[in-house]
Design a binder for this molecule. Sequence first.
Ligand code: GDP
Ligand code: MG
Length: 442
Amino acid sequence: MTETVFAPATAPGRAAVAVVRMSGPATRAALQALGARLPAPRRAALRTLRAADGALIDKGLVLWLPGPTSYTGEDSAELHLHGGTAVVGALTQALLAAGLRLAEPGEFTRRAFENGKLDLDQAEAVADLVDAETEAQARQALGQLGGALGQRYDRWRAQLIEALAQLEAAVDFPDEEVPADVAARARDPLDRLLAELDEALADEARGRRVREGYRIAIIGAPNAGKSSLFNALLGRDAAIVTPIPGATRDVIEAPLVLAGYKVLLADMAGLREAHDPVEAEGVRRARAWAEDADLRLWLVDASAGDGAWRLAADLFRPGDIALLNKADLPAGADAAAVLSRAPEARRISVTADGVADLTAELSTRVVADLSGTDFPAVTRARHRAHLETAREHLLRARANLEEPELAAEDVRLAARALARVAGRIGAEDVLDLVFASFCIGK
Ligand SMILES: Nc1nc2c(ncn2[C@@H]2O[C@H](COP(=O)(O)OP(=O)(O)O)[C@@H](O)[C@H]2O)c(=O)[nH]1
Ligand SMILES: [Mg+2]
């Protein structure tokens, strides 16, 4: 028998209103135990709620949401009470006494998933929407919740079934009658699908970066002005600025919103031959972060002439932004050397003129890199893993078209991998992992 669970849906603490939700077969009985006459379905009604001994808990709005048309698919209710801790505490005691239990994190959404109200990718979108801090994150989560991601997978699965039909026809023919080209007819749909999966995988970073943040690394030699640039872009003193080279040792990450997108900006150790083990580890981490970043800002002290710029040059890639800093000082020999390596490098003075132009350029860049025409097929590592599995099976199927039985099996396995994204074939441990990241009451 399914347990009936409850949880505050609003954050704890002092507030005007607290919402407590419950879900499960005993919901109706629990409302009655609180002394609340059952309101008409999906209509708010004012009710007085009492503990079993008759003590007043609060007077508030009650919503009766009978299954299967509720969020979880089960009989559910919402109580809108005054937001004090004491009120929520008293209600909690009364519901525990009535035999209900506190919900686990994500349990309401998990029940919605198990009752077929949501696919797994949509359940993930619920968590993303609750966590969303920027407009772009919210937009992507809403699209995924609306089924935009799932629709791409459904379309792919339909193409797979087309290919599978060809292969099964070839298997079903008795040996001597196999028309030579039946299996070959699966080649086109498989090729089309492989091309689409490759495209989706190449585009993988987009959806994840919207969700997790677009990563921008500030790289350069010690004393180039990296920490100054970091602080200027953030508009606050987040990192220590000093004329002493080698001051920054850890990677310092800070979130930033540009054009509605979440960005993670990182300041890091200056790239040079380290003088001690702590700095050496800092340099190693800096390099790793920078290589994994979506964009690098390569900062050079243009007033210098010691050739230190070379130490970061190997991390600079086409599309990155090279900046000759300290343009307010007389140029040193390094400026010309860097221009021969990166002719597009431009002069900037972080401390004298500020970074307004650079901020605008970065915003344009983030929008260009993250806004695409299609809804992303990958917003989490989990999606990518299934896509890759599907792709491997399809490559094998295409190589085995001469043996339609083998090929058909791989096509079936590819379809299963794609179905896992929606959780239509699910392993319990995956579900635990997905729902554990939720907050309680969702
Ligand atoms: N004149 C001038 N000095 C700068 C500029 N940007 C940074 N500095 C100075 O260069 C020194 C090193 O800066 P910092 O940001 O700590 O460099 P980091 O080691 O790369 O993080 C500090 O004394 C800064 O004030 C600039 O545009 N012009
Ligand atoms: Mg620094």
